[in-house]
Write a new protein. Structure first.
Length: 121
């Protein structure tokens, strides 16, 4: 693998990830609007998100059941996963090129990304 092919692969991955996330969020948003057409917003009382959509497994279960909020949140998870997948692809590409300095840098960036995702409050 050369640098040009790696750049193209990373660009295509980012493009596909963003487009897929946008499509899933759009479907979820359209479904949400269709289900809540005649509902009025109540801004006087705050009701937190359902417990089913506060964990990754709950979001996946909700999206699999084709629930609108689950689809929207699954699209957002896809959007978050896109740059993480790009860093993984970069590390693999640099390993194939045997560019060990950039492999280490990519793995460090991946570790920072994962730490920030896992320890977010």
């Amino acid at each position: 693998m050369n640098d040009r092919r790696l750049e193209l692969a990373m660009g295509n991955l980012l493009r596909a990830g963003v487009l897929l996330a946008a499509a899933v969020v759009t479907v979820g948003g359209a479904l949400y609007l269709a289900q809540h057409t005649h509902s009025s917003a109540d801004y006087h009382h705050f009701s937190p998100a359902a417990a089913a959509t506060t964990t990754v497994s709950g979001i996946l279960r909700s999206a699999r059941a084709f629930e609108s909020t689950g689809l929207i949140e699954f699209g957002l998870l896809l959007l978050i996963a896109t740059p993480v997948a790009r860093v993984i692809l970069a590390a693999l590409g640099f390993a194939l090129e045997r560019d060990w300095l950039y492999v280490v840098v990519s793995l460090f960036v991946l570790a920072v990304l994962m730490a920030s995702l896992l320890h977010a409050t």
